[in-house]
Design a protein around this ligand. Structure first.
Ligand code: NAD
Length: 307
């Protein structure tokens, strides 16, 4: 499998590193517009091969899409990240132009590619990639929910005083501070609902900490995070590579699911060799359904800025 990662910055390089360490791809091509940057990151990562024991070949190129030809999967991380105090939506002006041209360039050289969109505001950028490429809807996947769910599990584990491997939970809805819908009522520790262990107040604290998970890190780091975003993308690429049919909440183009149309937003999806193989319509409580509808209003308002 050949994977292209567009943007060799913090998230792109982290994603390439995790893909290589997991050793399921034959080739990773990093591409960036900054002269020599992707080449440098690729060389640095390749010097880890003997230390970390992987055979994945990582190469880097400056803005040369011919080198991405024949990619099975492409990850778009190009664009600016937010600074402390900024919302993801404020990035749209610069990132929309970048995501549009990058996705058009990618399909010219890899007509069968599955694109994973990471650049923010992610749901709107995934929607834009659909419009710009006209690819079938299973082949454009927005990454946000996999990361937000990992942050949810981190907060749940913290509240429960247990390892994250003991908990399960999912975040659906828009990938924004106000749009995320952590499904606290469905979260479990092994098979036991977390409400058996945590007070209503503590569960609400977990929900709120999850929703501002990205902003909390941006404040601490001065820019947005990269390890967990890179790990989340690599897990999705792995599910495609291994055709594992894993379920992740992904930003998918909806056509009536959850009562929504003409929007890309986070919903549970089965991921396999064809990208999004199924959108899973889980039963939501009235309150959860109202929250995802409200979240969709926010995403559509950001989409309207594309016009
Ligand atoms: N969806 C998510 O869950 C999630 C999580 C974290 C970050 N992000 C987003 O991912 C994006 C990247 O974040 P980062 O921290 O890696 O930023 P970064 O600044 O470290 O890296 C971005 C890279 O993109 C490159 N770039 C810019 N325009 C380009 C173009 N036209 N073609 C190729 N490369 C180009 C830049 O040179 C830079 O190296 C941001 O928009 C950020 O908000 C999304």
């Amino acid at each position: 499998m050949k994977v292209t990662v567009v943007g060799a910055g913090a998230v792109g390089a982290s994603c390439a590193e995790y893909i290589a360490i997991k050793d399921f791809a034959s080739e990773v091509t990093l591409i960036d517009i900054k002269e020599g940057f992707a080449e440098g990151k690729a060389m640095d990562l390749m010097q880890c091969a003997s230390l970390n024991g992987f055979d994945t070949k990582i190469t880097g190129v400056t803005n040369n899409y011919a080198a991405t030809a024949g990619s099975d999967v492409a990850v778009i991380t190009s664009g600016i990240p937010r600074k402390p105090g900024m919302t993801r939506e404020e990035l749209i002006g610069i990132n929309a132009g970048i995501v549009k041209s990058v996705s058009e360039n990618l399909i010219k050289h890899s007509p069968n590619v599955i694109i994973i969109v990471v650049s923010n505001p992610m749901d709107t950028m995934a929607y834009l990639a659909h419009k710009a490429t006209g690819l079938p809807k299973n082949r454009i996947i927005g990454m946000g929910g996999a990361l937000d769910s990992a942050r949810f599990k981190f907060r749940l584990a913290e509240a429960l005083g247990c390892p994250a491997s003991d908990v399960d939970g999912m975040v659906i809805g828009g990938h924004s501070d106000t749009g995320m819908v952590p499904l606290i009522g469905k979260a479990v520790r092994n098979s036991v609902k977390v409400s058996e262990f945590l007070s209503e107040e503590r569960m609400q604290e977990v929900v709120e900490a999850t929703k501002v998970g990205g902003a909390t890190l941006t404040k601490l780091l001065g820019t947005s995070a990269w390890y967990a975003p890179g790990a989340a993308v690599s897990a999705m690429v792995q599910a495609i590579a291994l055709d594992s049919k894993k379920m992740f909440p992904c930003s998918a183009l909806l056509e009536g699911e959850y009562g929504l149309n003409d929007i890309s937003i986070g919903v549970p999806c089965i991921i396999g060799k064809n990208g999004i193989e199924k959108i899973v319509e889980i039963e939501l409580s009235e309150a959860e359904l109202a929250k995802i509808q409200e979240s969709a209003v926010g995403v559509k308002a950001t989409n309207a800025l594309l016009d």
